[in-house]
Design a binder for this molecule. Structure first.
Ligand code: ADP
Ligand code: MG
Length: 397
């Protein structure tokens, strides 16, 4: 896949109407419906400001939540328009709907340097169906399409892919950073490329592991998925997370790594608990000493040492998946040690995956990473090497 895509800087936006797909799917307070975290709004500002300052009229759009094609008032973007207006220090005109006559008229009257926001794109069922007629109507309001919602580029929806059939399509700064940093890490990494993989299930990550086995020099496996690999190597893993039906797959991956000369590291010790609970009894044991009624919930100190030494040698680290149940403080030790090692490695460091990103934030290492991908599902599909429809549809450089 080509990750070298044209951005807003490679196209003349002056005097043009720009349909800008943002990710304004912000977390909301359950009781009041207010915006509880404005990170995504703040993140969208650089592209918006660039467009406005360069003489474009911006027609912003986004989805929020899962209204499933119905108008759900609680999922209106009105509050986003207000917050965005505060952040920009200028009015943001809120449209009543997405492609209605009044909205189209509002777009037609929009002047260079002005911004309006369409209603939640998922209020129309045509959005998720990627209906060509709907995409065409959306596109009819603008001269250029700008994609800046990385979290949805793995979906071929009308506002993420469909409109590109009717407008020249380029990326904004957020999408550009995601695809250029992650694209470079996968296509021409500073070597050695070390993949640190963890998280819950092998089944969620088969695509990621397989793709990275073809690209990385070293693969480190921790987290819940490590126990299926350990079982495949003949270890007894007690009550640890096991996917019986993935044991053969794990064995195949181990062989594949061997054949390709990829170094694959698995835990040599583990922190175990007598139940899956914050206040369980816990201790550290060697990987062959897990009692049948205990479960592995984190990597142990010898494993940490082994993994950290390997991470120190890396030129690029791609990390997806926590090393243990980091939500429980006493099983966050492995994840924290790995986060620290990655942050201090001096390597190009990329974190992908919703829980991994949350863990790195929680543990305070976010600012030390080269890049933390903001799209949970999208970054996983990226690491799987899959073509992302919302990226593939953009103009090549
Ligand atoms: P990401 O969202 O970064 O892709 P995953 O969703 O695959 O990561 O995995 C994160 C989850 O894996 C966390 O909720 C964590 O508690 C869980 N996890 C990690 N290690 C273990 C383990 N040993 N046993 C059970 N669950 C685990
Ligand atoms: Mg997750």
């Amino acid at each position: 896949m080509n990750y070298n895509k044209k951005s807003v800087k490679d196209i003349d936006v002056s005097g043009k109407k720009v349909l800008l797909r943002c990710d304004f799917n912000v977390p909301r307070d359950k009781k009041t419906g207010g915006i509880s975290d404005e990170t995504r709004i703040v993140a969208a500002l650089p592209t918006i400001k660039y467009l406005l300052e360069n003489g474009a009229a911006v027609i912003a759009c986004s989805h929020m939540g899962r209204p499933k094609g119905e108008v759900v008032p609680e999922l209106s973007l009105v509050r986003v328009a207000d917050r965005l207006s505060e952040k920009l220090g200028m009015p943001v005109k809120m449209a009543k709907d997405i492609v209605g006559d009044e909205t189209k008229a509002m777009a037609a009257e929009l002047k260079p340097g002005e911004i309006m926001l369409l209603e939640n794109t998922r209020f129309c069922k045509e959005e998720e169906k990627n209906d060509p007629g709907f995409a065409k109507e959306l596109a009819s309001m603008a001269d250029i399409y700008v994609s800046d919602a990385f979290g949805t580029v793995h979906r071929a929806h009308a506002s993420t892919e469909g409109v590109s059939h009717y407008l020249p399509a380029v990326c904004g700064f957020l999408v550009q950073k995601e695809i250029s940093v992650m694209g470079a890490a996968l296509e021409e990494p500073k070597r050695p490329l070390t993949a640190v993989l963890g998280g819950k299930k092998v089944s969620d990550k088969i695509g990621v592991i397989t793709n990275l086995t073809d690209k990385a020099d070293t693969i480190i496996i921790g987290g819940g998925m490590a126990y299926t690999f350990l079982k495949a190597c003949g270890h007894e893993i007690g009550g640890s997370l096991l996917e019986e039906d993935k044991i053969d797959m794990a064995r195949d991956i181990i062989h594949r790594a061997e054949e390709k000369g990829v170094k694959l590291l698995l835990p040599v010790d583990t922190a175990i608990g007598d139940s899956f609970a914050e206040d369980c009894q816990s201790k550290v044991v060697a990987i062959d000493d897990i009692p049948s009624d205990w479960m592995g919930l984190d990597i142990g100190p010898k494993t940490i040492e082994l993994f950290v030494q390997e991470i120190k040698k890396a030129g690029t680290v791609v990390w997806n998946g926590p090393m243990g149940v980091f939500e429980f403080d006493k099983f966050a030790v492995g994840t924290e040690a790995v986060a620290k090692a990655v942050a201090e490695s001096g390597a190009v460091s990329i974190v992908g995956g919703g829980d991994s990103a949350a863990a790195v934030e929680k543990l305070g290492y976010a600012s030390k990473m080269t890049h933390i991908s903001t799209g949970g599902g999208a970054s996983l599909e990226f690491l799987e090497g899959r073509e992302l429809p919302g990226v593939a549809c953009l103009l090549d450089k």
